[in-house]
Design a protein around this ligand. Structure first.
Ligand code: PEP
Length: 258
């Protein structure tokens, strides 16, 4: 993790309207600044619902806040007759820096395959945004002890067609599904096992530049009280945080991670 900039990303999921979003981002920025930017070695990203993005942009630009913002999904299409979809160009026009693709909730409830996730990641990157590509096994796979091979297959499918140079700038989030929103946190050793295996496979397939540049996040019930042990692991470069990102003090605590 040494030479890579830590990334702390808060996935709000379907929570907070645009007014509540502005309040939370203001509180978050204030809390981080109040502690004299002791978090400043981490990039801090909020990932609100689409409807909040314009308001968040206005606040962050207007107040020159250091917090960045991302989107929770993106269309595989560029434009046209795709009711309900939001394009990469629309997001990038709003100053969006990161796009979550293939979150386990999208894979499960919207049947997103690795091929769809891969197409979305390509759309995001082509529009100048960084995809946060989510992977991770369910409980049955974990119980069978197959978490590494299962997750590596998702990584290969989801990162297909990217060059080594592109992968060096990407983010992969390892989120064991059994640890998401359950209070069941993987141990730092569990996180390192799979995050390390992801980097090793990328090194094998694409070489040192890609493997050393790629940031691998852990996600699954991360809190300010357990983030330190997870961040101490060599191949964990940050966290994708759900529930704990909805409270300013708590998320700021995660962003400081010490
Ligand atoms: C997530 O869904 O990305 C997540 C990690 O959620 P939680 O932190 O609530 O487990």
């Amino acid at each position: 993790a040494a030479s890579r900039t830590p990334l702390m990303a808060g996935n709000w999921k379907m929570n907070l309207n645009h007014q509540e979003a502005v309040v939370l981002v203001q509180k978050l920025a204030w809390t981080l600044e109040d502690k004299k930017h002791t978090y400043s070695n981490a990039e801090v990203v909020v990932i609100p619902p689409f409807t909040d993005l314009r308001s968040v942009q206005t606040l962050i630009d207007g107040d020159r806040l250091k917090v960045k913002y991302g989107a929770q999904d993106v269309s595989v299409h560029d434009s046209g007759a795709y009711t309900g979809e939001v394009s990469a160009a629309m997001l990038s026009k709003l100053g969006v820096s990161y796009v979550v693709v293939g979150h386990s909730e999208r894979r499960e409830y919207h049947a997103e395959t690795d091929a769809v996730v891969n197409a979305k990641a390509h759309k995001a990157l082509a529009a100048g945004m960084t995809p946060i590509v989510c992977v991770g096994e369910g409980l049955d796979v974990r119980k069978a002890g197959e978490q590494v091979s299962y997750t590596l297959a998702q990584v290969e499918g989801s990162l297909a067609g990217f060059t080594a140079e592109q992968v060096a700038g990407l983010v992969v989030a390892y989120e064991p599904v059994w640890a998401i929103g359950t209070g069941e946190v993987a141990t730092p050793e569990d996180a390192q096992e799979v995050c390390g295996a992801i980097r090793a496979r990328v090194r094998e397939l694409l070489g040192d530049e890609a493997a050393d540049g790629l940031r691998v996040l852990y996600g699954g019930s991360v809190k300010s009280s357990n983030v330190v042990g997870i961040m101490a692991k060599d191949d964990v470069d940050g966290a994708l945080v759900g529930g704990a990102s909805l409270e300013a003090e708590e998320f700021a605590g995660i962003c400081r991670f010490r």
